[in-house]
Every structure is written in C-alpha cells, then in structure tokens.
Design a protein around this ligand. Structure first.
Ligand code: WQD
Length: 336
C-alpha cells in the first residue's frame, strides 16, 4: 500500500511526504523537478516525470501497489496565469484529467487534491465557509475550481473518491529547519519579510495601510505547513473509510474543505511577530494597495474539523519562528 504524491518535491508536497513517511507510510513521488527540489524529499523515492504521461503514471501505480494519491503537481502563480493562461489549462486541468485516467486504469480511486481558498475570489463574508460562492478572479483560481468540479463528476461517473483541500495562506517550515520554502521563487508575504529581515532584499513593501482593519493592513489566515500536511493525511484516512460504503453511497461523495485556522492576522502582525522572534527590526515601506487584494479573508474551519477531526495546532508565532529558523539557516534556499 503506497501513496503516490504528485508534485511531492514542492513546498507543501515535501512536508506532506515527510509526515507520511514519519508515520510509516510507503510513498512514491512523481515530480518533473521544474519547480521542485530533490533535496526537499529527504531521500523519499522519486520518479522524475509528468502527470500527463498516462503510461508512466499507470505503471508507477501498478509497480508500487499505489492505493491513494495526493495531487499537488500544478502551476501556482496568479500573475503568470493571466499572462499565459494556456499553461494553466494544459497543466492544472489537462494534467489532472490524465492523472485521474491513469489512476483509474490502475484501479486507484482515492485522491486528495491541492485546491485553494482563491476559488472564492474576494469573499463577501468572513469567516469563509464552504458554502461561499465559487467565484474565481484569476485563471489560476479558475483552474482549481474546475478541477474540483471534474473530480466531482469523476466521482459520479467512475466512482472516484476525492477530497479537495482549499488552502488559505500556507506558511512556515519544518520545526527542525530541515525543509522549508525556497524563497527564490516565492512572492508571498512571509518569505519576503524574512528576506528583508536578513538583508537579502530591500525593505518589504506593505501593500496599503488604509484598509478598514484595526491597524489598516490586510488580514489573512496563515496556516502552518505541518498543520496543512496533517490535513492531507487525515483526508487519506477519511477516503479509506469511504471504501466500506456501497457504490451508490460513494457516488458524488467528493468534498471540498477549507483548510485554515479561523484566526486572521494582519501584515503588521506578521512583521511585528518577526521582529519579536528574530530580534531584528524589519525594514519596511508603506506602498499603495495591491490590485485585487481582499481586505480580510480567513477560514471557518468547522467543516474540516467535523469531517476529518483535523485541528491546527500551530500559532502565528510558531509559523514565524519556524520560517525564521529555516530562512536564517538557508540563505540560498536549497541552493545551499
Ligand atoms: C499576503 C498579505 C498582501 C506581499 C496567496 C495566493 C492565493 C492563496 C493564498 C493558494 C496580503 C500582503 C504581500 C508584499 C504585502 N493560495 N503583502 N507586501 O495574496 O493572500 O494569497 O495565498 O492558492 O491564491 O495568491 O498571499 O502572501 O501574496 O499576501 O503587504 O510584498 O500580505 O497584500 O494582504 P495572498 P500573499
């Protein structure tokens, strides 16, 4: 019984692979290494290849006795998706269809999919529940929403069992600083704050301080990478539990779950926590608002807690402390 992890050499994938192996699961990773890092796998078995390669995926499933799949492999740059949408349709959507066809050909029916809170666009209400309108505002977000739908219909028509996890803002690193996010390719707030604190980038630009929030900056739900990894493992257990149900009961059992803490933190909360934990004054400048930014978004985690028994255990301070340990010891990311 092996778990196939596509995109397992990426940021969230590598933490999930590590947690699966720590729990004694057999894992095989499929990754093109276009954006992933071999070092992030800490020795886990890697097949270098593409989810579009149906013959390869079927062969890997059969030869490794794969019973479940966690699917991270996708492009994830919102800006790029608006400039080169075809990359997102081909890779994120076409690639997932090829993957699912290969899985089904090999008799594998469980998939946990890496979705995004961005499927809801700018939320009209917080906390965001799974009943919020699906209203993507980018090609990237639309690709995630479409895959959720495709997985649902594979459930109805072919008996695929799926959990789509809608991540809020993934952040932090492993507590022992062995793996983390390579900031070379990240434009997210926390790596940028770390870079500025460590003198590896100019001052971080705060995108607007005139929002209607307590300190004037935007609110986000930062979720520790290990809590996120744990949500995938609990999703696999949930899917395994469905196997006992009749085909009729399973049909259409696809579920989408928000993965966030329910706690919102502002941009200044992140900067101040970094200063407290690192002892360094973070250089920042106040800039204009960034187009398309929601004032505040954070999850209502009630459904994931009830469905999976999942509970985040890390605070914003844990996130910042782990990110600090990782970045300050890996100034060149995996290039060190
Ligand atoms: C966080 C906050 C910025 C950079 C991303 C993805 C989204 C979803 C969640 C995956 C915002 C502010 C940022 C900077 C700043 N994930 N900021 N200066 O936009 O909330 O969402 O993660 O699918 O799709 O886009 O994340 O890290 O860019 O921004 O002030 O230099 O930090 O305005 O309030 P975002 P982020």
């Amino acid at each position: 019984m092996t778990v196939l992890v596509t995109g397992g050499a990426g940021y969230i994938g590598s933490h999930t692979v590590r947690m699966l192996r720590d729990q004694g699961r057999n894992v095989v990773v499929l990754d093109t290494l276009e954006y992933g890092y071999r070092q992030a796998l800490l020795g886990a078995e890697l097949v270098v290849g593409d989810i579009h390669d149906r013959a390869l995926v079927t062969e890997v499933c059969r030869s490794h006795n794969v019973t479940q799949v966690v699917h991270f492999a996708a492009y994830k740059s919102v800006g790029e998706s608006m400039e080169q949408p075809e990359r997102y349709w081909i890779n994120n959507i076409g690639g997932t269809v090829e993957l699912v066809e290969a899985m089904l050909a090999a008799g594998v029916r469980d998939i946990v999919f890496s979705s995004s809170c961005s499927v809801n666009g700018t939320p009209t209400e917080v906390p965001v529940t799974e009943l919020a309108a699906v209203a993507p505002e980018s090609v990237y977000a639309e690709s995630k929403a479409m895959v959720e739908k495709i997985l649902y219909w594979y459930g109805v028509t072919k008996g695929l069992r799926s959990v789509s996890l809608r991540y809020f803002n993934a952040a932090g690193a492993s507590s022992d600083a062995l793996i983390g996010e390579d900031w070379a390719r990240s434009m997210n707030l926390i790596p940028l704050v770390m870079k500025a604190a460590l003198g590896r980038a100019p001052a971080v630009m705060v995108f607007g301080t005139d929002y209607p929030t307590a300190d004037g900056t935007c609110i986000r739900d930062y979720i520790h990478i290990d809590d996120l990894a744990d949500a995938h493992i609990k999703s696999l257990a949930y899917l395994a539990g469905l196997a006992g149900l009749t085909a009729q009961q399973q049909a259409g059992s696809a579920i989408s779950l928000n993965v966030g803490t329910g706690v919102g933190s502002s941009v200044f909360d992140v900067i101040h926590a970094t200063e407290r934990i690192s002892g360094i004054t973070v250089p920042y400048e106040v800039g204009p608002r960034r187009a398309g930014d929601a004032v505040a978004t954070y999850a209502d985690p009630a459904l994931i807690q009830a469905t999976l028994g999942w509970q985040p255990i890390h605070t914003l301070d844990d996130i910042i402390a782990s990110a600090w340990r990782w970045h300050s010891t890996h100034l060149d990311g995996y290039g060190d």
